[in-house]
Design a protein around this ligand. Sequence first.
Ligand SMILES: [Zn+2]
Length: 73
Amino acid sequence: MYADRFGTLKGISRVQTGAMTTCPECGAGLTLHDSIEVGEIVDCSTCGTELEVVEENPPVLDLAPELDEDWGE
Ligand SMILES: [Zn+2]
């Protein structure tokens, strides 16, 4: 089925998943989960700062603006 083929391709594209990046606030290493998306907000497990994903590959985080989550997702 097409769905299976796409699923396989997606799997291949996720080889770099679980990538590590660095918290821009405290410098601690962060391990990202395997399906990050630009605009997603993640919390630093070390300092608790909310970080926004600004690039997926390679993953780059920036400090998230202090806004209510209102991305219409
Ligand atoms: Zn941090």
